[in-house]
Design a binder for this molecule. Structure first.
Ligand code: GSH
Length: 239
């Protein structure tokens, strides 16, 4: 229970006190969460496990100089501070298994328990290659490559579903869902592409994941994703 005081301060029960400061992509000026699928993935895992955290917004175009000091030389988002121990963690690929070991309940599984060949190439590889492809033969090839990757995901989900974890989400769901959101929005924005109608299991998956409180609490606007991909494609195709 959180007791609201008239001046908007909150009294938070000890069990709900924030355990982490997570540094994610966003607009510090507007106080809005940005379009980073790796930050999203990490926050989804924390929400599903009931781990409380403070969101610290970082402008990706103007990243603080001290980040490599706490992230083993890397300057990437997300990274986070464990408030009880002062330990810094970085990279969603390392943070997610760390959280699974430290907070085993509810079990979401380890990333390498999941089918290794399903959805692994979706993003960045397939999506970036498609949205940066030249119209014509190259674009057709890259679209087919992307759709083959999506078919693998769809076929896997169609065997059970609506989630990879069946009725309950697992780590694979929480990793792929932000990537699928980016694929749907970037494909449309940059190439006027839409998810093929026959991929009904993916559509059902996205509908179901969007209903979860964890998704609602960690959402960011479609506009951020669309603008972010416009900028990324511009940068990548100018090189
Ligand atoms: N493997 C990392 C990838 C993180 C990543 O690429 N983050 C992007 C933002 S979405 C970033 O920090 N980009 C800035 C850069 O690469 O300089 C993870 O899973 O956390």
């Amino acid at each position: 229970m959180v007791i609201k005081l008239p001046n908007d301060h909150e009294l938070i029960p000890h069990s709900k006190r924030p355990l982490y400061d997570i540094y994610i992509k966003g607009s510090p000026e507007k106080g809005e969460v940005g379009d980073c699928p790796f930050s999203h993935r990490t926050m989804l895992h924390m929400e599903e496990k009931g781990i409380s955290f403070n969101k610290m917004l970082i402008d990706e175009q103007n990243m603080p100089e001290w980040i490599p000091e706490v992230s083993e030389g890397n300057k990437k988002i997300p990274f986070m501070l464990e408030l009880d121990t002062g330990k810094w963690l970085h990279d969603s690929d390392k943070i997610v298994p760390y959280l699974e070991k430290k907070f085993p309940d509810p079990k979401l599984g380890m990333p390498d328990d999941m089918p290794p060949d399903v959805g692994q190439e979706l993003m960045p590889k397939c999506l970036i290659e498609f949205v940066t492809s030249k119209p014509g033969k190259e674009e057709d090839e890259k679209r087919q490559q992307l759709e083959a990757e999506l078919k693998g995901i769809n076929d896997h989900l169609a065997k059970g579903g609506p989630f990879f974890g069946g009725k309950d989400v697992n780590t694979h769901d929480l990793t792929l869902a932000p990537k699928l959101k980016h694929t749907i929005l970037a494909g449309k924005e940059i190439k006027g592409w839409s998810m093929p109608k026959e991929f009904t299991a993916i559509n059902k998956f996205m509908e179901e994941i969007a209903k979860r409180p964890s998704w609602k609490k960690t959402m960011y606007s479609d506009k951020y994703v669309q603008d972010g991909w416009q900028l990324k494609v511009k940068m990548l195709t100018q090189e």
